[in-house]
Ligand binder design. Structure first.
Ligand SMILES: *[C@@H]1O[C@H](CO)[C@@H](O)[C@H](O)[C@H]1NC(C)=O
Ligand SMILES: *[C@@H]1O[C@H](CO)[C@@H](O)[C@H](O)[C@H]1NC(C)=O
Length: 168
């Protein structure tokens, strides 16, 4: 089987090999734009899964066929969090969610979400996202993944003051 050959290239730690697409198909690369300091929110779809849990991961691809895992689930419905990333998986519903916070310009790069088979050290890619992070002064229009990191900057407190909390 092809895996046996790939095994020879296996890397320890978080570097894993990639297999293309969910069912062996190549995934269409996407580009998402965010601003410095912003948060990337990505939803990834798998088919609804019953049976043994398959881990999900978010990784950064710096070279062909290799991806460095940034955050990986360990069980369903349990968020895993580190300094810049969170991941949360709902396998029965067939999706998982990744966030990447406090974006910096140097986070520009290619990221993949997918399932992770730890015994083979292989990632099956679901989405391939090129992240572009631009300075905050440049407005980012047209991304549905943009989440404001701060509320209360845009006159929320002024509106709050107007509200009549002691109405009878
Ligand atoms: C993801 O897309 C990038 C840029 O289009 C490409 O270089 C890379 O090989 C793709 N990775 C995978 C696993 O499809
Ligand atoms: C990982 O791959 C092995 C070998 O193909 C397979 O037996 C196992 O079921 C896979 N693990 C998961 C969680 O799918």
């Amino acid at each position: 089987m092809a895996w046996e050959g790939l095994r020879l290239l296996m890397h320890p730690v978080a570097l894993v090999l990639l297999v293309p697409g969910s069912w062996g198909l190549a995934v269409t690369p996407e580009e998402l734009r965010e601003v410095v300091g912003g948060t990337l929110l990505v939803q990834c779809w798998s088919s609804p899964q019953e049976g043994p849990y398959m881990q999900k991961t978010w990784c950064r691809q710096r070279s062909p066929g290799r991806c460095t895992r940034l955050v990986t689930t360990s069980q369903p419905l349990t968020a895993v969090e580190n300094a810049q990333h969170t991941i949360w998986d709902h396998p029965k519903a067939g999706f998982f969610i990744v966030t990447m916070t406090q974006l910096r310009e140097e986070d520009l790069g290619v990221y993949l979400c997918g399932s992770f088979n730890s015994s083979q050290n292989l990632i099956n890619t679901f989405r391939n996202i090129t992240l572009v992070v631009s300075p905050a002064s440049v407005s980012s229009v047209g991304t549905i993944t943009w989440l404001p990191t701060m509320t209360g900057r845009c006159g929320v407190s002024a509106r709050g003051r107007k509200r009549d909390d002691q109405a009878t």
